[in-house]
Design a protein around this ligand. Structure first.
Ligand code: CTP
Ligand code: MG
Length: 337
């Protein structure tokens, strides 16, 4: 681990700038796709309001946090108060309504960790998951979107990291690797701790947005249009940042003691969070604090086998970027077991 050399050959790394930006551009969804998504949301809301006039639908996840690649599924949250029926019954009823409305592949997954109804809109061919009253997800979606407004390099870095994670098979929570949400938080943390910082810590600033959800106070500075140019003193290019991101997670992060915390814009100790040992299924082998549900470690899905897989993938990526002759291709080589 110690024999890596610092990347002192700037010109080599800057050669990767154009290919990374081209890749980023190719992943960004077209505006017409966003229009189709909004249209589907509106027609779903109309349908839902026939039965529950007060209910509202919100987009969350990658279709709304600005980190979504083109042709991804959309995540929708149905917000409804004073439920007289159970969540499961509500989902089943919703599924029946959707089927009658000619939506395809309608399926209620009432026993999932997050119960949802799945559907596909035959007109736009967009697939959609609807969950109920998951307002925290809607709010953390806004937080991510607000961070993305501050400096373009966050979106560029996160798209490249997500693309890498999908290619290398390390974006599968059901198999013990990390969610896209976790990877975006890792990118935000990384840009917060860069010197000079590229991103501020919005939750550490004056409160301009506040909402309480299930006793959790979600408070932060959301006038991000005022923060454009925040990171301008840092002139690092996207290729330097991609390399430094993998170098950070391969060789610099202290897995034994550290928790990354976007909420505080810093590193916390595992001891301070009492995340030093396995409790139930939470092993805390890589610790990523959720910005609002601060008892949630997004690394809890990682086990003693997959932590090795992840760290080897970070090291591979760092080494590819440093030594490979064609790094922008090799980095994304599909992982074949
Ligand atoms: N989410 C959450 N807590 C988690 C995982 C996810 O609150 N442990 C919420 C977040 O609001 C996140 C959304 O669920 O934005 C969707 O999560 P995920 O599928 O990981 O991210 P996407 O951004 O939708 O990524 P992808 O493009 O891979 O679908
Ligand atoms: Mg998603």
């Amino acid at each position: 681990r110690n024999h890596r050399r610092d990347f002192d050959c700037r010109s080599d790394i800057d050669k990767m700038n154009a290919p990374f930006l081209t890749l980023y551009e190719s992943l960004v969804p077209a505006e017409e796709e966003k229009v189709k998504q909004k249209k589907l949301l509106t027609s779903l809301e109309k349908l839902v309001n026939k039965e529950w006039p007060q209910a509202q639908l919100y987009l969350y996840g990658s279709c709304a946090n600005s980190f979504g690649v083109s042709k991804s599924d959309i995540d929708v949250c149905l917000s409804i108060e004073d439920l007289n029926i159970s969540k499961a019954d509500l989902l089943l009823k919703l599924a029946d309504m959707l089927k009658l409305d000619n939506l395809k592949n309608v399926q209620a997954l009432t026993h999932a960790r997050v119960p949802i109804v799945k559907l596909m809109d035959p007109e736009s061919r967009i697939s959609c998951d609807i969950c109920i009253n998951n307002v925290l997800a809607v709010v953390n979606t806004k937080l991510l979107r607000d961070y993305a407004e501050i400096d373009n390099r966050l979106r560029q870095l996160a798209f490249i990291v997500k693309h890498w994670a999908k290619s290398r098979g390390v974006n599968e929570t059901y198999r013990g690797t990390l969610s896209s949400y976790a990877y975006v938080l890792m990118c935000i943390h990384f840009l917060q701790q860069r010197k000079p910082a590229i991103l501020p810590c919005l939750q550490g600033m004056e409160a301009t947005y506040a909402i309480t959800i299930e006793d959790i106070k979600c408070v932060y500075f959301d006038k991000v249009e005022k923060l454009r140019g925040f990171g301008a003193r840092n002139r690092e290019s996207i290729s330097q940042l991609v390399w430094a991101f993998f170098d950070y997670w391969a060789f610099r992060h202290d897995y034994a003691n550290s928790v990354i915390s976007v909420r505080t814009g810093s590193i916390l100790s595992k001891r301070a969070k009492d995340w030093t040992r396995r409790i139930g299924n939470d092993r805390h082998l890589i610790c990523i604090e959720d910005p609002f549900e601060i008892s949630h470690d997004l690394g809890r899905v990682v086990d003693k086998y997959t932590i090795k897989v992840l760290r080897e993938e970070f090291e591979r990526a760092a080494n590819v970027l440093q030594y490979d002759r064609n790094p922008c291709v090799t980095l994304f080589d599909p992982y074949v077991p």
